[in-house]
Design a protein around this ligand. Structure first.
Ligand code: MN
Ligand code: MN
Length: 324
């Protein structure tokens, strides 16, 4: 009998362990913010959630891995106390927490929709603002339902290569949910705007304002932002950013890339100009890290999301000092 067999102590055993190791989940909050299980009862101003769902994609799948890719990439920019070019520290103005990812039954879109709406409702009813990472763009529809329930029909500020207003038979499609949002009365089309569009849509009698890619490239970032502000006014606005609004050179890691889009720099400048808007909710969607290179796409998404937070935190007094 060997000495190890004689011993009852695990520490002294020379046998290879056979028991299942206990694993601790590795979790990194967006911008290295604290992770919480119950965001509604936290002291947060803004709650981050992820929706690892991509069953409504028409092109390449993979956006289910978007949330954690964006969180991981955000570590590259979390060191800045005062994010350039803002002259305040984000954490002085906004308490940010990350509640992790929505859990739902695998393969069941209705299960995702239900779980997501419950979480969004909980966060909104506690008076907090939500920043969601997709997932494919379909996830914006259940989120909009809960925002409309609280704020009434809201303005949509939508960055995308696609209008996502196709009249399709399928209920769950990442190319039609903003038509559903109109039919369900969730958004106010007259006060909604789509930016960076460069694909076909029903141009005739189209009810939303479209600033297509050519329009955006023929105007400055501040002119584009001013036009958005002119459309939405001071009404409660939901900000949604499909990463394929960016040119594939700046965002290759996405499911339905379309060449000829915005640069990351241009998008950031336009978003920065929305400081006077009354933004009540935000998402960044369609990051599919399997097609990404060197975190280009995930880092762009993290930067745009960080800019959203600065815009929400900023006041008009910060505007002149920042944008000149
Ligand atoms: Mn798109
Ligand atoms: Mn989209």
């Amino acid at each position: 009998m060997s000495s190890s067999e004689e011993s009852s102590s695990e520490e002294s055993s020379s046998e290879r362990p056979t028991a299942q190791p206990r694993m601790r989940a590795v979790f990194q909050g967006f911008l290295e913010c604290p992770a919480v299980e119950d965001p509604a009862s936290s002291e947060a101003d803004v709650v981050v959630i992820g929706v690892p769902y991509d069953l409504a994609t028409t092109g390449r799948a993979g956006a289910r891995d978007g949330p954690n890719a964006i969180r991981a990439a955000s570590s590259h920019i979390s060191w800045e106390n005062r994010r350039w070019p803002w002259r305040f520290a984000l954490r002085d103005r906004i308490k940010l927490v990350d509640a992790g990812d929505i859990e739902f039954q695998v393969g069941e879109t209705r299960s995702m929709v239900s779980a997501l709406q419950v979480q969004v409702r909980s966060v909104l009813s506690s008076g907090k603002t939500l920043l969601t990472f997709g997932g494919d763009h379909y996830i914006s529809l259940p989120i909009l339902r809960e925002h409309a329930e609280k704020f009434g029909p809201i303005s949509l500020i939508h960055f995308d290569a696609h209008t996502d207003t196709e009249d399709l038979e399928g209920e769950f499609d990442h190319g039609s949910m903003f038509l559903h949002a109109q039919r369900e009365g969730l958004i106010d089309p007259a006060r909604s705007v789509q930016v960076g569009i460069r694909t076909e849509y029903a141009y005739e009698d189209y009810p939303l304002t479209v600033l297509d890619t050519t329009w955006v490239h023929n105007h400055s970032a501040s002119e584009t932002a001013a036009k958005i502000v002119q459309v939405v006014g001071d009404s409660p606005a939901y900000l949604t950013f499909d990463i394929d609004c960016l040119d594939p050179a700046f965002a290759p890691g996405t499911g339905t890339p379309d060449p000829g889009g915005l640069s990351t720099q241009l998008a950031l400048e336009i978003v920065r100009g929305l400081v006077v808007c009354n933004i009540v909710g935000m998402d960044v969607v369609e990051v599919a890290p399997a097609y990404d290179h060197a975190e280009i796409t995930a880092l762009a998404a993290a930067s745009i999301a960080a800019e959203f937070l600065c815009v929400v935190a900023a006041t008009e007094n910060d505007l002149d000092a920042t944008l000149s």
